[in-house]
Design a protein around this ligand. Sequence first.
Ligand SMILES: Cc1cc2nc3c(=O)[nH]c(=O)nc-3n(C[C@H](O)[C@H](O)[C@H](O)COP(=O)(O)OP(=O)(O)OC[C@H]3O[C@@H](n4cnc5c(N)ncnc54)[C@H](O)[C@@H]3O)c2cc1C
Length: 441
Amino acid sequence: MGFGIAPISVETDRFHELGAIKEKNAMSYSGLRVIREALNGQRGWKPAWRNPEPKPNYDIIVIGGGGHGLATAHYLVTKYGEKSIAVVEKGWIGSGNAGRNTTIVRGDYTLPPNTRFYDHSVGLWEKMERELNFNVMHSQRGVLFLHHNDAERDDHYRKTNIMRMQGTDGEILGPEKLRKMYPSMNFDGRFPITGAYLHRRGGTARHDAVVWGYARSADRRGVDILQNCEVTGFRIEQGKVLGIETTHGFIGAKKVGVSVAGNTSRVMDMAGIRTPIESHVLQAFVSEGLKPIIPGQVNYGAGHFYISQSDKGGLVMGGDLDKYNSCAQRGNLPVFESVIEAAVTLFPMLSRARLLRAWGGLQDMTMDGHAVIDETPIKGLYLNGGWCYGGFKATPAAGECFAHLLSTEQPHELAKPYRLDRFRTGYLLDEKGQGPNPNRQ
Ligand SMILES: Cc1cc2nc3c(=O)[nH]c(=O)nc-3n(C[C@H](O)[C@H](O)[C@H](O)COP(=O)(O)OP(=O)(O)OC[C@H]3O[C@@H](n4cnc5c(N)ncnc54)[C@H](O)[C@@H]3O)c2cc1C
């Protein structure tokens, strides 16, 4: 578990103002505390969140204990003053994509609604550790997209101009600067590297620390986090949701928010709603720990491959979806092969490194590559899903926007373009211009 750098104060005042529940003896993390515990044999640490029994009723239930569900709960109390909230999770918190992703955080999307949303999200990442009093290891080490030909270079110039016109950062690096930053990269392979687009505010964060940070914040403000509690159905009468059926029995709620990522279509099916979302496997790969060799996050331009190095030294790598619909959290060998081939093409020395772990997560892919934060035709039932490849970086902004919707029943200004009816009206957010093909996004 990480420890934060600042004692919790601003937030504590705010949640007092909002009248939220304060847990007695809630523990704040600080450098002083670490020293004190070191001298006391580490006996003073307390569990970071409770394990409560479900209450019969809540004002708001959020289904899904991933980053999004827990961030939603955090904002429901800290920003909207809601007091009776449960987060219901079928496994343990962070057992879904939140704990399986490749940890990339960036805000360099080009369509104006996406730029606004993700730029806001990066801003929230920049203050997350102080806000949560938790070290999520957010590291703005820069995100690099390589180019290998004139067309890609022109596209990166276009992207840089769009980023700058919209007030966020982007710059082009020539091969000389790149060679200094990445001396071990193979510049003269089959697809020579001619330069790159760099987004300096982009980077990485420790994914499960984000889950723990939001869980701790929500719990200490009175949110019940109900783990090992699977939602098996909805109780709906006269077009209004009355609560959820779970493996722990019925739990009543005035409002229910669904935030279950790769399980969106399955859970919405239980409410009789068909969503424009498919489930696909996306794999991640981690090497043995190595000395620091990759300072930032690098995206290959001649194939779908990306790599960064964790603070423990493992190289974190990813690539394409597995190209077939599935609800299994494991992948197959063709993607494994293509990722390792690209890794060795880009960094030939990696041919001698050993792979330590690989796993699959369940991606909720929409038909235009962007998310849905919206009400549903059932009164009191709301949806946050379809985050495709971009959900980890969206965690704080998605949580804030979903909390806004659940509390006020109005869409947050930033989430207005992420409404469900765009798939009917054709108002799509097709960032890459590739049409309704989740396999190519
Ligand atoms: C391999 C991989 C790499 C990725 N890399 C990145 C990246 O680098 N950057 C980025 O921005 N995004 C990335 N993503 C996407 C990102 O991880 C997701 O979009 C995001 O985590 C989804 O939101 P979440 O954290 O709330 O999801 P999850 O953590 O999946 O949370 C949903 C939760 O709902 C629970 N649930 C499901 N059904 C039920 C039920 N019936 N009852 C109760 N609970 C239920 C699940 O158990 C799960 O814990 C990646 C995804 C994968 C799989």
